[in-house]
Design a protein around this ligand. Structure first.
Ligand code: PMP
Length: 407
């Protein structure tokens, strides 16, 4: 197999680790990615040379820090094709971003009888905020059902989306099924009836080129830590007009324009959504991650990930006693699977004894687990630093697990 990317493991210091006497095979990037040296260095450099609070003081460090923070916002905006950096709100991650839309836009604009459309494959982060929003406002939560292979049933989408639909919230890439959802088609349906399209990009922004306009998104949420950046930083992108119309959800310093004893007015975008001292080092780390990803090339990363995901799926599905989930192709850089009669947690433990890191559990997708009739699954997920020998390690670990439990 000729892969889109050469071996990049040398850029990631952690990948030299030995785990239980074996070379680390890291197959849990859908939970969080590893960090290249350049990201770690950028954050260290910030703390060693520039650290100061932003948007407040006028001393040199504060000005440098404010400038670096602003540049991070500009490169994030460019990375997703935003119309301007004011459309990029820094958050803690996808979860906070989605909650911000539900509260800031949803609470203001939804009323009884309105409908919110999701799917059964959504991560809890893109489900529970909408459940709660519907409970608060009297709106109705509706689901686009799935085909047998785990893809969205588009005929059902056309039936579910109607003139009462105010909002659809869907993941571009499922963190369990590896499906790549046709967001543009759904967005076109939603826009025709006057609704808005919220996209959970937690698994897609790290793995494919993103252009918010082409995607058809009105809001897009993603996390820095899954795209070679640090934890604790993420993004809510929204069309300026929608962000302007939304209410802030956190209140305090730096998000105000004017305050008197009784009331306050809000700062301009994006600051009205960023109350308090932001995660400055996190934003700088995210900008370094974006620089790294741009250097590697997002189109290459997408092709590489799909090659690994599809190959792993094919190889695992050929093994007796192994069930794989989701469509064979096209698929993203992950594959969820189960081994007959062995609990996925036991699978993950045997894997770990061989230095292979995977995730086991419900993956924050309990409704999807019900749909799959599985309590949990194992999941191997790939990123730009994985190579075919990591798939060999995965297949060997499955064989070893079967031998261990003698099935
Ligand atoms: N949505 C999807 C599809 C995800 O995979 C994840 C992370 N597992 C999230 C949302 C939540 O991201 P975070 O925990 O970084 O807020």
């Amino acid at each position: 197999m000729t892969l889109a990317l050469m071996d990049r493991k040398a850029d990631f210091p952690i990948l030299t680790r030995t785990i239980n006497g074996h070379r680390l095979t890291y197959l849990d990037s859908a939970a969080t990615s590893q960090k290249p040296r350049s990201v770690i260095a950028a954050m260290n450099r910030f703390y060693e040379e520039t650290n100061a609070n932003v948007l407040r003081s006028v001393h040199t460090l504060a000005e440098e820090s404010t400038e670096a923070f602003h540049r991070a916002r500009v490169s994030t905006a460019e990375f997703i094709g935003a119309a301007g950096s004011e459309e990029v709100v820094f958050t803690r991650g996808t979860t906070e971003s989605l909650n911000m839309v539900a509260r800031g836009w949803g609470d203001k604009f939804l009323k009884p009888g309105d409908e919110v459309v999701v799917s059964p494959m959504e991560h809890h982060s893109n489900l529970i905020p909408w459940q709660r929003l519907c409970q608060r406002t009297g709106a109705r939560l509706r689901f686009i059902e799935l085909n047998d292979d785990g893809s969205l049933a588009m005929d059902h989408a056309r039936a579910v989306i109607n003139e009462r639909t105010r909002l659809a919230a869907l993941s571009r890439i499922s963190n369990v099924l590896g499906t790549i959802n046709p967001i543009r088609e759904i967005a076109d349906l939603v826009h025709t009836v006057g609704g808005i399209m919220v996209v959970d990009g937690a698994q897609s922004v790290p793995h494919e080129p993103t252009a918010v306009a082409e995607l058809g998104a009105d809001f897009l949420a993603f996390s820095g830590h899954k795209m070679c950046g640090p934890t604790g930083i993420g993004v809510l992108w929204g069309r300026a007009e929608l962000l302007d119309a939304s209410d802030p959800v956190d209140f305090g310093g730096e998000m105000i324009s004017y305050v008197n004893r009784e009331s306050a007015t809000w700062a301009d975008l994006p600051h009205k959504f960023e109350a308090g001292t932001p995660n400055i080092a996190g934003a700088i780390g995210l900008a370094a991650a974006i620089e790294y990803l741009n250097e590697v090339g997002m189109a290459n990363i997408a092709q590489h990930g799909r090659q690994l995901g599809e190959t792993a799926y094919q190889r695992l599905s050929q093994l007796p006693g192994v069930a794989v989930f989701g469509p064979p192709s096209p698929r993203a850089a992950l594959v969820a699977f189960n081994i007959d009669k062995i609990h996925p947690h036991d699978v993950a433990q045997v894997f770990d004894s061989r230095g292979v890191a995977i995730r086991a559990g419900h993956h924050c997708c309990q409704p999807l687990m019900h749909w799959l009739h599985a309590a949990a699954t194992a999941r191997a997920s790939f990123y730009l630093y994985n190579q075919p020998d990591d798939i060999d390690a995965l297949v060997d670990a499955v064989e070893a697990t079967k031998r261990y439990f003698t099935i």
